[in-house]
Design a protein around this ligand. Structure first.
Ligand code: PBG
Length: 338
């Protein structure tokens, strides 16, 4: 048999022609041969809780996401758990901020109270994680303490992180997730936790985190935009090769990280693949606020198929090597992925 142009179709030189389409003919065949799947239990829902709110407050740049009150947070946690979501990660927004971020390790601070609420609500139905950073708590909006010259002071910040880790551990956090990109932060936190009887508490490190414009909407959500400068002196530079991302992950594992993360996801899938190939611990990817906002904005215009584009991205992140995905769509997507 030949095509109209005379090119042979079918057995050529004794071999059958390749027909990859055979396995795509029906939904049942496609489902049978699929080998990249995302399960609800792979998803982690980031949630914001703001001190003093008595009703949830919408976040303009993240339609569908809110700053929770303590009550609405409990409800959202219960919904995520019953959807089968694997975990949630808590971000707190305190009523008052200062240069040291004092509310971050205050035992009565917003995250500590909310952690206790959520753990009481969902127990072990999903994993309750706490983001550990200072930017939501400092009046200058940087992720650490500042020197007199206005630089972020790495080693002074480590002492704050160690203290915050203990406050979160005492409030019931089930995974500590440091996101501040200070050198040595995992070792400092591990040391403090071990010394105070929390040697069984895991650390999921935001090991490989890039200075990114994709965090824009988060800074509205968490009210943490830097008041001067940017985070480029501590977060990674995307113009470096993926090897630097791998190095950061390996350093954190050597310091005691139980799992690592690549963040953002979409623009760093090559880094995600490189990290996943290089390490033997679970690798998380964080689909960040800007990734969420872009899809929601386009979908609201009717320009993209919202559900399909969300699933396609989650599958892509999984295919690139993520064993868990932090996503603001976790609860909704869990229902589609069951
Ligand atoms: C820092 C932190 C940020 C995000 C998570 N943790 C913001 C930043 O580094 O500026 C961003 C998450 C998102 O954009 O969804 N505490």
């Amino acid at each position: 048999m030949t095509t109209a142009s005379g090119r042979p179709v079918g057995p050529v030189g004794g071999f059958p022609a390749a027909r990859p389409r055979r396995l795509r003919r029906s939904p049942a065949l496609r489902r049978l041969v699929a080998d990249v799947r995302v399960s609800p239990s792979d998803l982690v829902l980031p949630v914001f809780v703001k001190e003093g709110l008595d009703a949830p407050a919408p976040i303009t740049s993240m339609p569908g996401v809110v700053q929770h009150s303590r009550d609405s947070l409990r409800k959202a946690a219960a919904e995520a758990a019953s959807a089968g979501v694997g975990g949630l990660i808590l971000f707190g927004i305190p009523a008052s901020k200062d240069a040291r971020g004092s509310q971050a390790d205050d035992p009565t601070g917003v995250v500590q109270s909310a952690l206790a609420d959520v753990v009481a609500e969902v127990g072990d139905a999903l994993v309750v994680m706490s983001d550990l950073c200072l930017d939501e708590y400092t009046d200058h909006g940087h992720c650490g303490l500042l020197t007199a010259e206005g630089e972020v002071d790495n080693d002074a910040t480590l002492e704050r992180y160690a203290s915050i880790a203990l406050a979160q551990a005492r409030a019931g956090s089930q995974v500590i997730a440091p996101s501040g990109m200070m050198d040595g932060q995992v070792a400092a936190i591990r040391g403090a936790l071990d010394a105070q009887g929390f040697s069984a508490l895991p650390i999921l490190s935001y090991s490989t985190k890039y200075a990114s414009a994709f965090y824009g909407p988060f800074r509205e959500a968490a009210e943490c935009a830097p008041q001067f400068g940017d985070r480029a002196a501590y977060q990674q530079d995307g113009s470096r090769s993926a090897a630097e991302g791998v190095r950061e992950a390996l350093l954190d594992i050597a310091e005691g990280a139980d799992a690592v993360m690549v963040k953002p996801a979409l623009a760093y899938l090559d880094v995600l693949r490189a990290v996943a190939d290089a390490v033997d611990v679970p690798v998380a990817a964080y689909q960040v606020s800007g990734e969420y906002a872009m899809v929601e904005a386009a979908a609201a215009q009717g320009w993209v198929d919202r559900q399909r584009i969300i699933i396609e991205q989650l599958v892509g992140i999984r295919r690139a090597g993520a064993s868990m995905i932090f996503t603001y769509w976790a609860t909704e997507a869990a229902a589609w992925l069951r």
